[in-house]
Design a protein around this ligand. Sequence first.
Ligand code: SF4
Length: 338
Amino acid sequence: MIPQTDLQWQQTDWQQGLRQAFRDPAELLAWLDLPTPEQDALLAACQDFPMLVPRPYAARMRPGDPNDPLLRQVLPLAEEMTPTPGYVDDPLAEQDANPVPGLIHKYQGRVLWITATGCAVNCRYCFRRHFDYDGNANGRRQWQPVLDYIAADADIEEVILSGGDPLLHQDAYLAQLVTQLERIPHVRRLRIHTRLPVVLPQRVTPSLQNLLRETRLRPVVVVHCNHPAEIDVATGEAFLALHQAGATVLNQTVLLRGVNDCVDTLAQLGEALFDYRVQPYYLHLLDPVRGAAHFDLPLEEALSLYDALRARSSGYLVPTLVRERAGAPYKVPQFGIN
Ligand code: SF4
């Protein structure tokens, strides 16, 4: 049965939700009735990558539980500052695939446009946590070189808006950008990678829905959801609203130790997404980015977990397990042990 939505949650101002986000770990921990660990360690981790947590997302965390899977994704920890061999600032060598500022061209037929230099939430495992956003700042005045690059390559059929989170922009700004892309005849698909519908579901506004409904480009929205507890009623309704606006809605998950390294959790996530018309798409192995080693699972453990998930869930609820490798022409599927 399709869950019904009255869209009341859309009336809330998403920008106000952003302004009120938690930026101080001590404040978030106090709000969750948790003790604050040693300040110096927190400070160092925050300086390396600031904390940012919208309150609607924090409201889904369990008070008093330091191991809450949502809290673990966003709370800076001292271990982030422990150097780990192989964990680097640019694990996917994106600097080598950055022909013009704001554009990454890694795969044939599609390009990634860094339209925003920030996010609504700072995920501690993010492979772009050290990305050179300053060198890729891409406001309206810097659009033309990106558009020229896309227009000059008739192979490019798909433009992926990424960041940062492209939905940090106002709908009017996004509409102007989409209009520019629509003028390039060989561009057929618009893909938006975003975590905003998960952490601040009121971002899925009626005008965003109209934009998706009216563009001549085939819209695909990839939400980034890692745990079933991230999907409350408002989030589910935001997913459904994207689907009802005509977007193909997919989900990608990062496999994270202490967050979702459990077959029940992954199975429940697939079911909850599908209830709201979101198709499980990718289950990513962690990219080895500096500061995130504590989230990693050995490959054997990941494969064994994936096998158990495949035995447990219908095939269409099981995302493809992949690893991204610098320079590879596609995300490399990882197969189970059987
Ligand atoms: S929302 Fe996406 S890009 Fe932003 S910090 Fe999280 S994982 Fe990284």
